[in-house]
Design a protein around this ligand. Structure first.
Ligand code: ADP
Ligand code: MG
Length: 395
């Protein structure tokens, strides 16, 4: 069905989201702004998207009653995180328009499938994933070549924010790391000499037209995204063109509908390596809310409502800082005995170009994503300088 949805339909048209996290919350905001009503399916009563949604369907991601309700109430359904069962998405697709499709999400859910797909696309895109090997059993460990060490052992499924990963230098470390993974399928990846990391956000509409956002340069700390700068201070034109072209090749090859983000490494020799993809809006795309004509969330709404995609142009340089729960706690303090402190938002908001986004989570925990701030400014240098000041204030 290619007919665009009418957001102003009376009674209002409902869109559905699988998942109640912050990505769902920002999607809800974008959809409501355009006149849609939103239902969120999420097992937890207290969740960031649930607080903002027009309706929260409290149910497990595979619960058939919950899925039936969502599909009969909503004309189109999307997912805000990739570990929703792809089967549930295919089930929903019998009744509602689902974007992205379950088959696309299934590829992104498994690092091995994903790498296989990237290799397949490499004939068109020219960009390959890191050298790697599938590890299913201890015997597989004997087969690996020395060339893959030092490496990173990653669980094939369910890893995020650096979780489910162990860095290994020797065969012995690899053996121990695999033994600690409790028998789950893993992939061993060669450790690459990264110069910097980038991500490319793209979207494809139901009409098959694709758009690509400017390249984001990302800094991670302890496996979690720390900052995103757009335009990136290190990105060269050649690497940027390559990554954008590769992203468009992948989104086309998938026949994808919706927002997709692909992470790339740029190595010290300048070459570009594809890392992983997220079949949804991405943390590194949050800057689009304050710095682009169409945010990644508004774009997701347009794609799933089969409306024309929006203008991806960036109107201001942007520097995004993730806010983790850590800043509620003093460095080195005992969290059990020291009460959390409130960050100095007044000082941060006095900085020029500050856009604060907090996700409405009641409890701060270390390493938990609580919000983000995007600094926009006439120049990247100013945006970066204000981000640096915010870091000093927040400690
Ligand atoms: P996650 O799903 O947790 O984001 P990633 O595969 O993106 O997992 O890995 C997290 C981070 O670890 C990357 O952003 C990068 O900094 C580092 N990393 C991952 N794979 C490699 C590699 N092969 N070589 C060097 N660094 C890597
Ligand atoms: Mg990653």
């Amino acid at each position: 069905n290619q007919t665009p949805l009418n957001p102003a339909a009376s009674p209002a048209t409902w869109l559905g989201v699988m998942g109640g996290g912050q990505l769902g919350r920002m999607f809800v905001h974008a959809a409501q702004k355009m006149g849609f009503k939103v239902a969120v399916l999420e097992p937890a009563m207290d969740c960031p998207a649930g607080h903002a949604a027009d309706q929260l369907l409290c149910a497990g991601y595979t619960d058939s009653d919950g899925l039936n309700k969502l599909a009969s109430q909503c004309v189109a359904v999307t997912t805000e995180f990739e570990n929703v069962s792809a089967k549930s998405l295919s089930y929903l697709a019998e009744k509602a328009f689902v974007a992205p499709a379950g088959e696309c999400v299934a590829i992104a859910q498994d690092r091995l499938e994903e790498k296989r797909f990237f290799v397949e696309c490499a004939t068109i895109s020219g960009v390959f994933p890191a050298a790697h090997k599938e590890i299913r059993t201890e015997n597989d460990l004997d087969q690996i070549s020395d060339d893959l060490l030092p490496g990173i052992l990653k669980t094939a499924r369910l890893g995020y924010d650096g979780k489910g990963q162990v860095r290994v230098k020797t065969r012995e470390e690899l053996r121990n790391a695999f033994a600690a993974m409790n028998g789950v399928v893993c992939v061993l990846e060669k450790m690459l000499p990264l110069a910097y990391e980038i991500s490319v956000l793209a979207a494809r509409g139901a009409d098959g037209k694709a758009v690509v956002y400017p390249i984001a340069e990302n800094v991670h700390r302890d496996g979690i995204l720390f900052t995103t700068m757009v335009p990136g201070p290190n990105i060269g034109k050649e690497a940027a063109d390559k990554a954008q072209a590769a992203t468009l090749a992948v989104i086309e090859q998938l026949g994808y509908v919706g927002v997709l983000c692909i992470e790339f490494f740029v190595l010290t020799d300048g070459s570009v390596v594809v890392n992983e993809m997220a079949p949804r809006p991405h943390n590194s795309g949050h800057y689009t809310i304050d710095a682009c004509i169409t945010s990644q969330f508004a774009q997701q709404v347009r794609a799933m409502a089969r409306l024309p995609l929006g203008d991806v142009r960036q109107h201001s340089p942007a520097a995004m800082l993730n806010i983790l729960g850590d800043i509620w706690f003093e460095a080195g303090a005992d969290d059990k005995t020291t009460p959390p402190r409130e960050p100095q938002w007044d000082k941060v908001l006095a900085l020029p170009g500050a856009n604060l986004h907090l996700y409405g989570k009641d409890v701060a925990r270390r390493a938990r994503k609580m919000g983000h701030i995007t600094f926009v400014a006439p120049t990247m240098a100013e945006a970066q300088a204000n981000l640096k000041k915010a870091c000093e204030i927040l400690g």
